[in-house]
Design a protein around this ligand. Structure first.
Ligand code: FES
Ligand SMILES: [Fe+2]
Length: 416
């Protein structure tokens, strides 16, 4: 990110801290609770946002070298993502062309070939059908027409995108609404290491899960003993980019950084930026970390969702942590980090402690709130909830969810 923009964001946060004000949308809304419970809305969302919409599946670091692969089962179509021998990112429907059986079973790994367990048809990581046992018995078949079905896949600026339909298109410039150059500037493609993923399966609608990332109003209240110790609550530098937004929260580090000359200011030293990428990604990062939060509905059940929190650290941070502990970093063959051998007293950053705090705050604090909202919504007595002037991110994505489904705009509450 350009320095002038970093300075502008930092000054806005300092202004809010000094003036004891928060971001102000200048408007409040009522949000009907039926959007969290209605099976019809859930069906339409699943179709529009997951079955027929490009999906961000991981950082490039999840496929660190040729021959590595991932399987993804979060948005209906089973996906096998590979990095082929030329280093190209590719994605396929994870289904054998003989009788449709799943060909790759592990969540991630390294393999040049995938053999279907049923009759052992075999595919390369370029998707080619390369082996059919007893082909004479089976009959004549043109192998070149029976490779795995390939899905549109784009790797750009360290992010891996897949469209779940073979005839889908991915237009990242349109989708990112002007955020693309800024995302590129953070260089998420550079030398990151995948550290692991936490899966949170809870009784709350996927939008309620998303809502917990939509304001800083709760920081010093709900999170007073966790994140509230690290961050300033009630301040937010917020900007929209089409259906996406940037949401920057100030750490307590901003209080010491402001004493330094402006030319030494660094956004990542004093804040934690978070990008929301429509429809279901919250993407938080710092000097050495990226946490990609992907939130999925549970098909057929509006009252349940699955959140995947994937953590990546810079290789440099992993190396420094290991040196501080007098150990070698435990990087597996797939270039992923094995936290089991990690000692906790790291001078630089307690890497595994970071992921633990991050994940448990989401699960034990934020989502616990959302689960009770879900109960209230399902009970049918609470017709709507309120989004305040200090909660513009909630206005923004609920507005876009509704617009995309052809629903009426949210009802505005008259200001006193
Ligand atoms: S279904 Fe895959 S080999 Fe028969
Ligand atoms: Fe929170």
């Amino acid at each position: 990110m350009e320095k002038p923009l970093q300075i502008r964001i930092l000054k806005e946060l300092m202004r809010q801290i000094d003036e004891k004000v928060n971001v102000d949308a200048g408007v409040m809304y009522r949000n009907p609770t039926s959007v969290y419970t209605c099976p019809d809305v859930a069906t339409r969302e699943w179709q529009a946002f997951f079955q027929d919409h490009p999906q961000l599946i991981a950082l490039s670091a999840s496929l660190p070298k040729p021959g590595t692969f991932l399987t993804v089962d979060d948005f209906g179509v089973p996906v096998l993502a590979t990095r082929d021998p030329e280093g190209r990112f590719r994605a396929f429907v994870n289904a054998c062309r003989h009788r449709g059986v799943r060909v790759a079973h592990e969540e991630r790994g390294e393999s040049g070939h995938f053999m279907c367990p049923f009759h052992n048809w075999t595919y390369s990581n370029r998707g080619e059908l390369v082996g059919i046992p007893q082909q004479r018995h089976f009959g004549a078949i043109d192998k070149s027409c029976h490779g795995l079905l390939e899905l549109p896949a784009v790797e750009r600026d360290g992010l891996l995108w897949v469209h779940p339909r073979v005839d889908g298109t991915i237009d990242l410039d349109a989708q990112l609404g002007g955020l693309a150059p800024e995302i590129a500037s953070w260089r998420f493609g550079d030398d990151m290491v995948f550290m692991g993923e936490t899966v949170i399966d809870k009784r709350l609608n996927w939008k309620l899960a998303n809502d917990t990332f939509g304001e800083t109003y709760h920081f010093t209240r709900l999170h007073k003993n966790t994140l509230g110790q690290i961050f300033h609550g009630d301040v937010l530098a917020y900007e929209e980019f089409g259906r996406n937004h940037r949401f920057v929260i100030a750490t307590r580090g901003i209080d010491t950084m402001r004493e330094k000359p402006e030319r030494e200011w660094d956004l990542l030293e004093a804040t934690s930026p978070l990008y929301y990428l429509f429809p279901n990604i919250q993407f938080s990062f710092g000097q050495n970390t990226v946490s990609m939060i992907k939130i999925y509905p549970y098909p057929g059940d509006p009252g349940r969702s699955v959140t995947r929190v994937a953590h990546y650290f810079s290789r440099d941070a992993v190396d420094r942590a290991a040196q501080a502990n007098g150990t070698s970093p435990t990087i597996t063959a797939e270039n992923t980090y094995d936290p089991s051998g990690f000692a906790q007293q790291d001078a630089v950053l307690t890497l595994s402690a970071f992921t633990e705090v991050f994940d448990s705050t989401i699960e034990q604090e934020d989502y616990l709130m959302g689960e009770t909202t879900q109960r209230s919504a399902e009970a049918g007595q609470l017709a709507h909830v309120l989004f305040g002037r200090n909660e513009p991110a909630l206005h923004h994505y609920h507005h876009h969810f509704r617009l995309a489904l052809g629903m009426s705009p949210l009802e505005q509450i008259p200001l006193a």
